[in-house]
Each structure stands twice: as structure tokens, then as C-alpha cells.
Design a protein around this ligand. Structure first.
Ligand SMILES: *Cc1c(COP(=O)(O)O)cnc(C)c1O
Length: 423
């Protein structure tokens, strides 16, 4: 693809964009003058689809109308409401429907999945993760180690960028696995790193880790809805993601979890149980059949009855992904959009900033992480004042994530112009 820095080129790209109509499906925040902000923080909280209000209203109306009978009489019966999310969520992550369940929030799901898949022994107690990692993942992992009576300082193994580099070499991950794999119980890696935007080779990490007998879990917080995934084919053991970033399901939205079918069908696995993980055939036998019989799907990790009011926005947002043709179609635009951003930033004077996200589109999602050499906070504030929403990560990185569902090439052009004018 040959890009041009001319404004007209960006406008032409927007005219030719087959996904351009999707922007109108979202509420775009505005400044005091009523002008649309350039919203590049869909990696933090995705925009609200206009249809969401109606989908939540529907559940409120059904509750008002039917009360307890809504479990079966609601427009979408609450008893099986979570079933409606299964297939669209499975398509997003490349899983079989019964490998996926939408429930809880991300860190909670990581804990529930670790309760099953992190079973440390003296000989094999370590967890390998990447650095820098999102703090919640580090807290969750370290607390699991303590919970099992192990010392996190001994058990946590970190894959880091090399000296002077920002991103992690695949080769270095494999070196760690070769060296320490026999002592590593679990590899819990991000799909896309939150800080650098690096997309890891999940298939290769999974294969290398499993060769050493490690279980592999992937945190897809910055990958779900952003990059194509094939969890089932890649043999990933388990995964979890949140739905308020690229999935646009709203603040604190209901998260997702995946368990490969070879585990999902296994009734012998230890897990934290609740009635919504029980086989539906006997779920309502209650005191008559008090023994927990896990359903043979990812639903077995579900504990409580699902929050319908919170699931309605997720249902709406997953439908938008299907309407757009799925992640594969969005990814085509995303690669161009972020590639254009990179092209424009490359033209800025090199002393201003360095993009630390990998240059290869196959090694990143839509986010670019821009390391600003001088007065980084000022530049961030300048963007903010100009109506460009990005976020700032101490000490000097601006993260900007143009998303294919609602961002435009012209927005990328305008953002890049402000960045390049910085001095
Ligand atoms: C966003 C994010 C979280 C957030 O966790 P919640 O449980 O949803 O609050 C956790 N981990 C990573 C890697 C994230 O990017």
C-alpha cells in the first residue's frame, strides 16, 4: 500500500472505506463547541454503540413487565441469555462455541482459571509472564503463588525486552522455556502488550511452552476485537479478556473466558463451583441433587446466574462485530489505518519521538505507543487541548489506538499533524 501525506489522500481513503458507515453507529464524544473528539482510546474504554441504550431498556422493560417470569418470558429469556453471547464471542477469539463463556470481569476470570490451571508443586511452581505487564495480572499471579504457599519472588519468571529495546524477542521467550520450562507450571502471557502494543506469536509461545509440559493461558485484554485469534487451533489451554476496551461493551462490562475443549469436557478438574456451572439438566433439582456435576463446556467455570443488565450491551456490541464481517474484515482496515499513522509519524523529525510498537503489522494491533523524547506531558496535553484523546503512560509514552470501527484516516492525519508540529 502506498500512502501519501496529503490531506486529500486521507479523505479519499475514508471515502473508499467499506466500513465507513459503522462510525454512525457509535456515540462520539464532543468538545464544548459540539465538535467530535478524535477518540484514540478505544484500547481503554471503547465508545458506546447507539443501539446499546435500547438493548438495556429492553431488559428494564421486561423486568418491569414480567418480573420473575422474565427468566422465560422476556424477549430474550434471561435463563439462557448468556447462550446468545457464546457464538459471537467464540468467533472473535477463534474458539468452538462450547469453549467460551461470557462472565465476571477479566481479573476475576484469571483467578478462576488459575484455580484450575495453576496447580504448583515443589518441582514445578513457576509462572512465566511478560514485562512490563498490566499490574492487575501481576497482583493476581503473585497472590495465587502466595495462596498456594509459594514465594512469588522465587516463582515469577519475567520475559523482558533486551537492554535498550522496547519489545520482547520471541527467541528470548523460547530460551527461557528451554532453560526453566521444567519448573514452569504456567505461562500466562498477553496476546497484545498493553504498554508497547506488541502482538505476540501466541501459537509459537503455546507450542514451545507445551513442549515443556507447561499450561498456557493468554490474557486477551488488548487482543480481543483487535487482532485475529485462533485459540482452538493454537491449542491454547485457557484465555480471558475484558469487553470494555476494543469490544465497546461499556465500563466494567462482562468479560470473557475460553477453555480448550480437552479441558472443558473434563469433569475431574478442580474448580470453584457454583450453580451456574452445573449441568443445566440437574441445576434446578437443587437440594434433591446436591452433588455438583460440571457441565462439559466452559460454562462449568461460571459460578453465579448472569447479570442480564450488564450482558445486554455486550450482546449489542458483539452483533456489531458480526455485522462488520468479523475481526478479519476489521483487521484489513486496521492494518491500513495504523500503517498510515506510522507512515505519517515516520515523516516527523526523528528527535521528537520514537514509536516503540513493532513496525511489522503482524506484530502489532491497532495501537501505536509513542515515546516522546522531550516534554512528553506537554505534548500529551497539547493533543488533549486539540480534541485528540490519547493516553499517557509514565514516564514518557503516549498510547494512541485508531480503531477500525469508528476512527477515520482523516483523524489519523490530523493527529499526526499535531504530533509532528511539536517542539
Ligand atoms: C485492562 C486490563 C485489565 C483490567 O482488568 P479488570 O479485571 O477488567 O479490571 C487486566 N489486565 C490487562 C492486561 C488489561 O489490559
Amino acid at each position: 500500500m502506498t500512502f501519501s501525506a496529503a490531506e486529500e489522500f486521507a479523505l479519499q481513503m475514508d471515502r473508499e472505506d467499506s466500513l465507513r458507515s459503522f462510525r454512525a453507529r457509535f456515540e462520539i464524544p464532543t468538545n464544548a463547541a459540539g465538535e467530535a473528539l478524535i477518540y484514540f482510546v478505544g484500547n481503554s474504554l471503547g465508545l458506546m454503540p447507539k443501539a446499546t441504550r435500547q438493548s438495556v431498556d429492553q431488559e428494564l422493560d421486561d423486568w418491569a413487565h414480567f418480573a420473575v417470569d422474565g427468566h422465560f418470558a422476556a424477549a430474550t429469556p434471561w435463563y439462557s441469555y448468556h447462550e446468545t453471547l457464546r457464538k459471537p464471542a467464540a468467533r472473535l477469539v477463534g474458539a468452538l462455541p462450547h469453549e467460551v463463556v461470557c462472565m465476571n470481569s477479566l481479573t476475576v476470570n484469571l483467578h478462576l482459571l488459575m484455580a484450575t490451571f495453576y496447580r504448583p508443586t515443589k518441582a514445578r511452581c513457576k509462572i512465566l509472564m511478560e514485562e512490563p505487564a498490566f499490574p492487575s495480572d501481576t497482583y493476581a499471579i503473585r497472590s495465587q503463588m502466595v495462596h498456594h504457599g509459594f514465594d512469588p519472588d522465587q516463582c515469577l519468571v519475567l520475559a523482558r525486552p533486551r537492554e535498550g529495546e522496547a519489545t520482547i524477542c520471541q527467541e528470548d521467550i523460547e530460551v527461557i522455556l528451554d532453560r526453566e520450562g521444567d519448573e514452569i507450571a504456567l505461562v500466562l502471557f498477553a496476546g497484545v502488550n498493553f504498554f508497547t502494543g506488541q502482538l505476540f506469536d501466541i501459537a509459537a509461545i503455546t507450542a514451545a511452552a507445551q513442549r515443556k509440559g507447561c499450561v498456557v493461558g493468554i490474557d486477551l485484554a488488548h487482543a480481543a476485537g483487535n487482532v485475529p485469534l485462533q485459540l482452538h487451533e493454537w491449542q491454547v489451554d485457557f484465555a480471558a479478556w475484558c469487553s470494555y476496551k476494543y469490544l465497546n461493551a461499556g465500563p466494567g462490562a462482562v468479560a470473557g473466558a475460553y477453555v480448550h475443549e480437552r479441558h472443558a469436557r473434563n469433569r475431574e478438574l478442580p474448580r470453584f463451583a457454583g450453580w451456574w456451572g452445573n449441568d443445566p439438566a440437574t441445576r434446578f433439582r437443587m437440594q434433591l441433587e446436591p452433588e455438583f456435576v460440571p457441565v462439559q463446556s466452559a460454562d462449568a467455570w461460571q459460578i453465579s446466574n448472569p447479570p442480564i443488565l450488564a450482558m445486554a450491551p455486550l450482546r449489542t456490541s458483539l452483533a456489531i462485530f458480526d455485522d462488520a464481517g468479523g475481526v478479519a474484515a476489521l483487521r484489513q482496515k486496521s492494518v491500513r489505518l495504523t500503517g498510515y499513522f506510522q507512515f505519517l509519524l515516520d515523516r516527523a523529525p526523528s528527535q521528537l519521538f520514537t514509536v516503540i510498537t513493532p513496525r511489522e503489522s503482524g506484530q502489532r494491533g491497532c495501537q501505536l505507543s509513542i515515546l516522546v523524547h522531550e516534554h512528553p506531558k506537554e505534548l500529551f496535553e497539547k493533543l488533549e487541548a486539540a480534541g485528540v484523546k490519547t493516553d499517557f503512560r509514565e514516564p514518557n509514552v503516549i498510547r494512541a489506538a485508531p480503531t477500525p470501527l469508528y476512527n477515520t484516516f482523516h483523524e489519523v492525519w490530523r493527529c499526526a499533524r499535531i504530533l509532528a508540529e511539536h517542539s
